[in-house]
Design a protein around this ligand. Sequence first.
Ligand code: SF4
Ligand code: SF4
Length: 157
Amino acid sequence: MGTEAFENVKKQIGYCGIWCGSCVVGNGTLRELTKKYETVIKNYGLEGWAPKDFDFKEFTKGLSSIQAMSLCLGCLEGGGRDNCEMKACASNKNISDCSQCDQPEACKNSEILQTMRTGAGNAGLFVKAKDVNPQELIKKWTAELKDKWPCSTLFLQ
Ligand code: SF4
Ligand code: SF4
């Protein structure tokens, strides 16, 4: 079950604003989805009727290896990018994330910050870009997450 994984990341909003709770690698969804997918494939006996050029062994090896991947701990618990510029800068400023920055116009990391935020948004993660109450935001996002992953978010039952 992904419950434990989600519990670990659900309160973590990274310094750049990415909500770790919405990341499928950290919140356990990728692992759960892969496990379910593997079960469906086995139950349907795909190996017997898949196209001839389909390397079933390699495919199942890949599915196993995804399930064996360690879960990201989350940005605030040691996960995320090594030597992250935003992490270093925001913690030096003693703020919880870049949306609280008093000098965003002078940010020397603005390009990478934007890249991270846009990339995360494109991948379906939620990003805090405004200085709003994080607890309320997390509550709202958690409800949205239930709609987003209705058949796979076992951790939100
Ligand atoms: S490691 Fe950096 S880019 Fe990744 S979530 Fe944390 S602050 Fe954002
Ligand atoms: S200067 Fe840039 S990286 Fe640093 S806290 Fe402000 S917005 Fe974030």
